[in-house]
Design a protein around this ligand. Structure first.
Ligand code: C2E
Ligand code: MG
Ligand code: MG
Length: 734
């Protein structure tokens, strides 16, 4: 055997030489120098035996004739010891003619003889044989050790593996038994071989009812055969399938599950088992659906919300484009909703929106969509409209009229009756635009136009709207600088005593002298100012200007002329105390007597934060300033409500005044307001008087004051001053 180990890993062999004559030992040592071995020498048998305790000799060269203990004795003792039994012994002896000695030597354990005088070649060759033998043995021992080691390790490993296999089998068993997911195992023919408890819990089938059968019994019938074919095809090619599948429980209930199927193969690659793991995703689906509903439907009205509306709109546009149909988009904004909400509280407001939503939905066909964008804004998408010229407009107008009619019917909420109306903007695909964004913008603009024209109407989009709306959108920024640049101006519209037509005072009405747009009416920028909070500064500016001007109107010999300033609800919200201080300062610095100043407020002004507001109104009255309720009749406060208010004047809204001479209801209403107000010792102003008939009627019901285009429109400050100067003051001054 070739040594395969590096020499260094095996110890160098050691040879013991034993002879009583030191000269022989020297000679032997010299001869053995050619052998790759350590040489240890002993001068006697005893010494030799002692040395065997310290060394592990590869070979012993033993002199036979030694004085106290001869070689045979030594050899016999060596054979008797476990440690040295196998150490080869070569006797070194004089040549014997007879074999008696030889035999004695072999008996004693010699393996060979070397005769003296020693022949070097014979010695070396014999010694080398034994050294090699020793080395081979050492190697063998070493390898045996390694093999033993490896064996030991191997058996440890085997034990570990066995244990871990047992563990994982136990684990798999536990998982199988306790998993919340249903597990079903089928054989190569797809017959059920095992199911776990979760399977039974989910499907309702006991193992005995399914084992040996085809899982087909679980199918719901919801999927086409192609579905299963595709699943098997994927199992064949990818050995894995997962997806959502609808199955049937034993009870017959159909439910969704998330299923993943794996193929388990034999060593030769053929199918041995199919393992299906599934979970019941009914709850997840329900949650998803709820989340979807919440994300897509308005919680209050149950109508599609903005997100779903946009989705439906783009779907409708795509359909219309493909099928060459027309489509109408309508924006519906409830009139006065904000006021109701502010005045009567959100719960009434909510009820109203719900009812309005129901009425709107009843106005359209099933495949049209009514959505709530938020607040009091609704949209309607009318689909599949004829594209013939004018047909779309007719269809949309018909629906718009229906909607207006539906919303005009009184609302009974919480035991009381309410009236609202709607302003509707309409745009048509493909006439006005062919993309959703433009359609949305168009409908919005048209709706604003409808609102401007007078509420409870609808307006179609027209091209000229675009430009105007775009300019208005930029107003917010410019308004900021309007005051600094002195672009705001106050106009004054005279107010007359109805009976004598004597000028009693004037209403201050602000305008914006815009560098590009010309004179902009307050209806266009007051809402912007309110939204941006600029109304605070703007209101103070108007009050200051009005008081300064009013001081110049007072002349000796002329009856005093009062000035009425409009206040916005928003202004009050920005801080009552600050406004009071400002008013006090202005009155002081201008010297205008407080009783010549009036504040015009609306009903919403009072009803919001009512207690605080009432206290403030009283404090204003205590300063000597008079208070008017503006636009009376458009809000929702009853006449009797007026009694609670610290108010001196009621201004009847011009929408009632405009009809008094032709509409009996309005005439009756105005009459009632006047008599009620007088009963409460309040004065009544009729605004928007445009005709002599209106004036005559107002005089007949003893309305106190009148204001309107019939007399004068609002005038710039200097024109108003000139008007006062030229005015023929009636002689009968009270
Ligand atoms: P308002 O206080 O009801 O003012 C009366 C409005 O009726 C004025 O419109 C006036 O020009 C208009 N008017 C007067 N007589 C007639 C008539 O015979 N026929 C018709 N059709 N209209 C008539 P204006 O000046 O456009 O103001 C609109 C609204 O803007 C005002 O309604 C008021 O609420 C608000 N406003 C005006 N100036 C200010 C202000 O300085 N501050 C605040 N907060 N609001 C203001
Ligand atoms: Mg007013
Ligand atoms: Mg008014």
């Amino acid at each position: 055997m070739k040594p395969v180990l590096p020499a260094a890993t095996l110890p160098r062999p050691t040879i013991l030489i034993v002879d009583d004559l030191p000269v022989n030992l020297v000679a032997l040592r010299r001869l053995l120098a050619k052998v790759d071995a350590e040489i240890v020498a002993a001068g006697s048998g005893n010494e030799a035996l002692a040395l065997t305790l310290e060394h592990d000799f590869a070979l012993i060269l033993l002199d036979v004739h030694m004085p106290d203990m001869d070689g045979y004795e030594v050899a016999q003792l060596l054979r008797g010891e476990e440690r040295t039994r196998d150490v080869p012994v070569i006797f070194v002896t004089a040549a014997y003619k007879d074999d008696v000695h030889r035999i004695k030597g072999y008996d004693a354990g010699a393996v060979d003889y070397i005769e003296k005088p020693i022949n070097e070649i014979v010695l070396l060759s014999k010694v080398r044989v034994f050294i090699d033998l020793h080395r081979s043995r050492a190697e063998l021992r070493h390898f045996l050790g390694l093999i033993e080691d490896a064996n030991r390790r191997l058996s440890v490993e085997i034990e570990e593996r066995r244990r871990s296999e047992e563990d994982s089998q136990r684990l798999a068993g536990t998982v199988f038994a306790t998993s919340a997911e249903g597990i079903i195992v089928t054989d190569a023919e797809n017959n059920v071989v095992a199911v776990n408890p979760a399977f039974s819990a989910i499907t309702g089938y006991d193992p005995a009812e399914v084992i040996g059968r085809n899982p087909r019994i679980l199918q719901s019938g919801c999927h086409e055969t192609e579905f299963y074919a595709a699943m098997w095809e994927q199992l064949r090619t990818a050995r894995q399938w997962q997806g959502e599948i609808w199955n049937r429980r034993k009870t017959g209930e159909i439910y969704p599950q998330w299923l993943s199927v794996s193929v388990i193969s034999d060593a030769d690659g053929s199918v041995s088992r199919y393992v299906g793991i599934f979970s019941d995703i009914t709850k997840r689906k329900r949650d998803e659906e709820q989340i979807w509903r919440q994300a897509n439907y308005d919680g209050l009205t149950g109508l599609p919300n903005r997100a779903l509306f946009l989705d439906r709109l783009s779907q409708a546009v795509a359909d219309a484009r493909r099928d060459r149909h027309g489509l109408a988009l309508m924006f519906v904004d409830l009139d006065h909703f904000k006021l109701i909400n502010d005045t009567l509280g959100h719960s009434i407001g909510d009820l109203l929106l719900q009812e309005a939503g129901r009425r709107l939905a009843a106005c359209v066909r099933d495949n049209d969509t009514v959505s709530r964008l938020g607040g009091d804004e609704f949209t309607i998408v009318l689909k599949r409209i004829d594209t013939a010229k004018g047909a779309a407009s007719v269809a949309a107008a018909t629906v718009a009229e229906k909607v207006i009619g539906a919303l005009a019917r009184p609302f009974w909420l919480d035991g009381s009756q309410f009236a609202i109306g709607a302003s509707i903007g309409i745009t048509i695909f493909p006439d006005d635009a062919t993309d959703e964004d433009t359609l949305l913008r168009n409908a919005d603009m048209a709706m604003y136009r409808a609102k401007e024209t007078g509420r409870n109407t609808f307006a179609f989009f027209t091209r000229d709207m675009n430009e105007r709306v775009q300019t208005l959108a930029t107003l917010g920024n410019e308004l900021r600088h309007a005051i600094e640049r002195d672009e705001l101006v106050v106009y004054y519209q005279p107010i007359f005593e109805a009976g004598t037509l004597r000028v009693e005072g004037a209403e201050a009405l602000v305008r914006w002298q815009h560098p590009r747009l010309g004179l902009v009416a307050p209806g266009e920028f007051i809402p912007v100012a309110e939204e941006t909070g600029l109304i605070g500064t703007l209101g103070e500016w108007v009050l200051d200007a009005a008081c300064n001007d009013a001081v110049t109107w007072q002349k000796p010999g002329r009856p005093p002329v009062s000035v009425a300033v409009n206040l916005s609800t928003r202004q009050a919200k920005l801080g009552l105390a600050r406004f009071t201080r400002f008013a006090t300062d202005v009155l002081q610095s201008t010297g205008l007597p407080p009783h010549l100043l009036k504040f015009e407020i609306t009903e919403s002004f009072i009803i919001e934060e009512s207690d605080k507001m009432l206290a403030w109104l009283r404090s204003i009255r205590d300063m000597g300033i008079q208070l008017s309720i503006d636009d009376f009749g458009t809000g929702y406060s009853s006449l009797s409500y007026l009694r609670r208010l610290p108010v001196d004047i009621v201004k009847i809204d011009r929408s009632f005044v405009s009809e008094v001479s032709i509409n009996a209801d309005d005439a009756a209403l105005v009459r009632a307001i006047v008599s009620m107000a007088h009963g409460l010792r309040m004065q009544v102003v009729a605004e928007g008087v445009e005709t002599p008939e209106q004036l005559a009627f107002l005089q007949s019901v003893e309305c106190d004051l009148v204001q309107g285009f019939h007399f004068r429109p609002p005038l710039p400050a200097d024109e108003f001053r000139a008007f006062l100067d030229e005015y023929q003051w009636p002689v009968a001054v009270r």
